[in-house]
Design a protein around this ligand. Structure first.
Ligand code: UTP
Length: 295
């Protein structure tokens, strides 16, 4: 059992070293995380959420071809000066605000050997503290933020907490699925985990989504796992080991999720986000009507 007790999280880890194969050829030269969702790269949406959750230090686990993520979060003095010279002070403020969002740190994953392997690369940064883990593919709309909701459970049970959603039976093979016992409304004590099961083998329909609040004991577990599903080092396998050492809880979060890990989800996210903006809303509705799609 870990000696480290839960304290409010200030550190968030973003593993962003994956190949993004489901978006090829778009991701051949542009990281998926840098593709634009409405007005900002996908990763900026995730960072905004971490900051809104009280995180002040952010670690990106990057890999080959992901240099533009680092550049995006670095100061851009020349661009800011050029914008000011042109009287575009609003834009200059916006651009200059990006590197001030948090303190940014970087680790390098030599090869994309899996999510578990990527998280292990952040061990030094987390230095024995609880931390938030954010997979930017899942864009969450929730108040309070999902990380804040997980914190409330972590505080109460002094444990790691996973974020779960109920999915259709046909969908379970896309996710990590938990076997769990409900201890209060929407809060589950996890009893077991299985990565991408066949529907017949799934212990429930509670699927793990891209937000975690993890105890530092996870790093010892990550060091002990072997390659799992898909030949990759799976975080789910390390969570199964964590379960042997510490209690683990899951929260059915309050809010909604846009799955930007697949093309269909990205298109939906673009439409949903556009409909939230009064100006863009009109444009989307007009375009759909004019295309004759609704006739
Ligand atoms: P995914 O399983 O969605 O993989 O990773 P991916 O590479 O992003 O996309 P596809 O499946 O090839 O289309 C979940 C998260 O874990 C990161 C990814 O960058 C993503 O944020 N990841 C995955 C790593 O950082 N390293 C890895 O080795 C694998």
């Amino acid at each position: 059992m870990s000696e480290v007790r839960y304290r409010s999280v200030k550190k968030a880890v973003f593993p962003v070293a994956g190949l993004g194969t489901r978006f090829l050829p778009a991701t051949k030269d542009v990281p998926k995380e840098m593709m634009t969702l409405i007005d900002r790269p996908l990763i900026h949406h995730g960072v905004d959420e971490a900051v809104a959750s009280g995180c002040t230090q952010i670690m990106f686990v990057t890999g080959q071809g992901k240099e533009s993520i680092r550049r995006y979060f670095e100061p851009s003095e020349e661009l800011v000066a050029a914008l000011r010279e042109r009287g575009k002070d609003d834009l200059a403020e916006k651009v200059d605000g990006i590197h001030k969002l948090a303190e940014f740190h970087y680790a390098y994953q030599q090869k994309p050997l899996g999510l578990g392997h990527a998280v292990l690369c952040a061990e030094e940064f987390c230095k024995g503290e609880f931390f938030g883990l954010i997979l930017p593919d899942d864009v969450m709309a929730a108040k309070p933020t999902v990380l804040r909701q997980l914190e409330a459970v972590a505080e109460k049970y002094d444990s790691s907490v996973l974020c779960v959603e109920k999915v259709a039976e046909s969908e379970v093979s896309r996710y990590g699925i938990v076997a769990a016992e409900e201890v209060e409304e929407g809060v589950y004590r996890v009893k077991g985990l299985v990565e991408k099961p066949r529907p017949a083998d799934a212990p429930s329909n509670l699927a793990i989504m891209g937000r975690y609040l993890l105890s530092p004991s996870i790093f010892g577990c990550l060091k002990r796992i072997k390659r799992g599903a898909g030949g990759e080092y799976q975080l789910t396998d390390a969570l199964s080991l964590l379960l042997e050492e510490e209690p683990l809880y899951a929260l059915l979060y309050n809010g909604s999720r846009l799955d930007c890990g697949v093309k269909e989800g990205w298109i939906k996210a673009t439409v949903v986000k556009a409909l939230e903006d009064p100006k863009l809303r009109k444009i989307v509705i007009k375009a759909v009507k004019e295309s004759g799609a609704l006739l």
